[in-house]
Design a protein around this ligand. Structure first.
Ligand code: SF4
Length: 383
């Protein structure tokens, strides 16, 4: 099938609306083209031919087998002219500059900005998705920027940004594009962060360990029932992903959005916290994030602060050394405390770092080494 490209620029109002959807600043250079309803035909990796002749995508546990002309469940991959292809390579629908703390990523180069990108599509179907306008769409339904991996890395260099984040929607589904960007970024000493739900099969995940520096993974709930009903997936593959990343030695942070009536049962949470410590140890930072009513769960209230604090307390009691609360500025759980002497070593207000006393990740009072990726020796108390 001939590749279809619709070169209509989106109108000014749509462009402004799209840009303002994001807290970051959309940074398009001169000559960057915007396409509406476009898709790529980049050959997909992780494809198997079944005994009956069908093609199967082996990238994630969904193991899709679409027919020619159709897409997989993520809408970002499909079969065209008998070949399984990525439909989103070099076609991000979001480009923004964000503080790394937004991902959330607290044990890394505090207060450093990241160039964040994402494409259309997702392999899960979270009923509360904050980015459903992109995640639950195919690239044919979004407006996309034409940006090759080289364009992305050069944009980061031009802006003197030292981190590229694969963020907002699920990067697993555009793994070929992510890997191409990460390969180039590595050569330029730019760090890469994959913010993911962890719904990926072991082989492609293993390939990412060579390229991606940091993983932020959603541990979205603590029971299979929650994953089946609210996420449209399974918990077990996510647990395997978390263990594999931990064993890889890559920097890992974990985020759990707590949703009233859905995954805020503290008995289930307690079991989840025990699994966390038993399998991931006590050094992996764990963020408890406040739910905001969105998409299909607009009927539920935001998470009360008390629930976030209770989760943080239980996690600390279970042994987690770095437990945070997020999307609730001004709370005790926003800050980093030294496990050695309890000093507040990084002070935050929401995503903003107010003060950091760390020096190459060490507590200035007792010298405790806080685990993380620390790019700078920041002078005490200054950002
Ligand atoms: S990545 Fe997409 S196409 Fe591949 S198995 Fe998962 S949902 Fe299906």
């Amino acid at each position: 099938m001939k590749k279809v490209r619709n070169y209509w620029s989106i109108d000014r109002r749509s462009f402004i609306k799209r840009s303002s959807l994001l807290a970051g600043v959309c940074m398009l250079g001169r000559g960057t083209e915007v396409f509406a309803g476009n898709e790529s035909d980049f050959p997909a990796e992780y494809v198997a031919r079944l005994d009956d002749g069908r093609l199967q995508c082996t990238l994630c546990p969904n193991l899709c087998t679409p027919v020619d002309g159709e897409n997989g469940a993520c809408r970002a991959r499909g079969i065209r002219n008998g070949t399984y292809v990525s439909l989103v390579h070099s076609l991000p629908c979001v480009i923004a500059v964000d503080p790394v703390e937004k991902m959330p990523l607290f044990h890394y180069h505090v207060h450093g900005p990241a160039l964040a990108i994402s494409t259309a599509g997702c392999n899960l179907f979270c009923q509360y998705c904050q980015n459903w306008q992109f995640s639950q769409k195919s690239p044919a339904e979004t407006s996309n920027f034409a940006m090759s991996p080289e364009d992305i890395v050069m944009r980061a260099i031009d802006m003197q940004i030292r981190t590229i984040g694969f963020f907002y929607t699920e990067p697993t589904i555009y793994i070929e594009y992510m890997k191409d960007i990460a390969r180039l970024a590595k050569k330029r000493n730019i760090k890469t962060v994959m913010v993911t739900a962890g719904y990926i099969n072991p082989e492609p995940l293993k390939d990412l360990f060579e390229l991606i520096d940091i993983f932020v993974v959603g541990y979205k709930g603590f029971t299979e029932e929650f994953y089946a009903e609210t996420i449209g997936g399974k918990l077990d593959p996510v647990k395997k992903t978390l263990i594999a990343i931990k064993e890889s030695g890559r920097h890992l942070e974990i985020v759990s959005l707590l949703i009233p009536e859905k995954n805020d049962d503290m008995k289930a949470f307690q079991a989840g916290a025990e699994w966390f410590v038993e399998n991931l140890g006590t050094d992996v930072p764990w963020h408890f994030s406040r739910f905001a009513p969105e998409f299909m769960l607009k009927n539920l209230p935001p998470t009360p602060n008390g629930v976030l604090e209770m989760a943080r307390t239980l996690a600390i009691k279970a042994g987690v050394k770095y437990a945070y609360t997020g999307n609730n500025p001004g709370q005790e759980g926003n800050h980093t405390y030294c496990p050695g002497c309890s000093k507040k070593v990084v002070e935050r207000l929401g995503f903003k770092v107010l003060r950091s006393f760390l020096s190459a990740g060490k507590c200035p009072d007792c010298g405790y080494q806080i685990p993380g990726v620390w790019l700078d020796d920041l002078p005490n108390g200054n950002i």
